[in-house]
Design a protein around this ligand. Structure first.
Ligand code: AMP
Length: 392
């Protein structure tokens, strides 16, 4: 998800700039002003409460705002992200937004503040007042709205400065130029946070070779627990010997072994654009560990992919591999192969099901040649907003 808040005094051009942003990032647009005007038009309870406040240029209560925002977000579970216009407008609303984002398992990526000379803003609003039909676009109310902005809305900036996601753009340039500048800061902000792609698939589905190729193509770090463990075995350390024993018995390697290795890998590759995880998380416990590792780095899961193949095809592939030099210590006998497939089914499939509910999982057909499967996976990732951000 990408979530952006557009900030600025009345007349800064938030509404105008929103249109292009919504299109570029495929966002759902939430303007609290529009939502309130809609409530007023339908003469709802909330509308009646807000009507006189809006006409005088004051701010509607946080209680009303939280209700209309929550309702709108709930009505759009399919959204790729939200663009907030006119919200948060008070320091309290910053906390409301934090809570709403946590509930969606996401966060605000950037608050873009449009800076504009105040007299220019007044002139724009007076001009808009000639055609907008808005009761609050006349000079007296406009001055009041600006007063409210200074008193109650400007403190919002400090909240986001502290969070490190506050960015400014000069709002009195021509529309196209402002649009370009907004894209630049958003792109910048998005690329600051690493992308995290989780690649699933049964053993034999090709997730290892595909993951490696995807990482190379998209310039991401490949985080594969298997090779990390193999490296430990190759070093002949006591830890490596324990891993070897577990491999041979077909059991999963314990979290106490895997997690520090992953943490070390993330620490060593801090400046990369993102990661592709393969072979992790493998259990529900590990999925919570990954959540924790990402949260520690102010990141979240960008995309989950599951490579699908019929069971018989998987067995055929694993059996074929066991007769080649690529045979892994855990693939040497049929019993071990079946055990690994079973481990995936009982322990990893529930993780995929959990992700399907929280993030959505892209199912990719794993049949055909390596190139065919790679092309399918590549196309899924090319649609990812974070990767697209680089091209907008
Ligand atoms: P706008 O369309 O954003 O200029 O909003 C018009 C009016 O709606 C404002 O002057 C406020 O009275 C009210 N309003 C819009 N958003 C909010 C908000 N987040 N908090 C409080 N009042 C709001």
């Amino acid at each position: 998800m990408i979530n952006i808040a557009l900030f600025g005094p009345p007349g800064a051009g938030k509404g105008t700039q929103s249109e292009a942003l919504v299109k570029a990032y495929n966002l759902y647009y939430i303007s609290t002003g529009d939502l309130l005007r809609n409530e007023i038009a339908h003469e709802t309870r909330l509308g009646l409460e807000a009507k006189s406040i809006i006409s005088s240029g004051g701010l509607v209560s946080d209680e009303v705002i939280v209700q209309i925002i929550e309702k709108t977000i709930k009505e759009h579970p399919e959204a790729n992200g939200f663009l907030f216009d006119g919200f948060p407008r008070t320091y309290i609303q910053c906390y409301i937004l934090e809570g709403l984002m946590i509930k969606l398992n996401t966060s605000l990526n950037c608050l873009v503040s449009l800076e504009i000379d105040e007299e220019e803003a007044v002139a724009r609003l007076l001009k808009r007042g000639l055609t907008s039909g808005r009761s609050d676009d006349n000079e007296e109310v406009i001055r009041n709205r600006l007063r409210e902005y200074h008193e109650k809305t400007l403190p919002v900036l400090q909240f986001y400065k502290d969070k490190g996601i506050y960015r400014t753009v000069k709002g009195d340039n021509p529309i196209k130029e402002v649009q370009k500048d907004i894209h630049t800061v958003i792109k910048d902000e998005l690329l600051k946070h690493p992308i995290n792609i989780v690649l699933f698939g049964y053993p034999g589905s090709g997730r290892g070779s595909q993951g490696k190729a995807l990482a190379k193509h998209f310039e991401l770090e490949f985080v594969a627990t298997g090779p990390m463990l193999d490296a430990e075995i190759a070093r002949g350390t006591p830890l490596g010997k324990r891993i070897q024993e577990l491999y041979e018995s077909g059991a999963l390697v314990s979290d106490e072994i895997v997690v520090p290795l992953i943490e070390q890998k993330l620490e060593q590759s801090k400046n990369v654009r993102g990661y592709i995880y393969k072979g992790f998380p493998r259990t529900l416990v590990q999925s919570y560990i990954l959540d924790g590792l990402l949260r520690k780095r102010s990141a979240s899961i960008t995309q989950v992919i599951d490579i699908e193949l019929p069971m018989l095809e998987l067995i055929k592939r694993l059996d074929a591999r066991s007769h080649t030099d690529a045979c892994m210590p855990y693939d040497t006998t049929t019993v071990k192969i079946v055990q690994r497939l079973q481990e995936h089914e009982t322990k990893t499939v529930p993780v995929i099901e959990k992700y399907a509910q929280v993030h959505g999982v892209a199912k990719v057909d794993g049949s055909g040649t390596f190139e065919e499967v790679f092309a399918r996976l590549k196309s899924v990732l090319e649609q990812s907003k974070f990767l697209r951000a680089a091209q907008v």
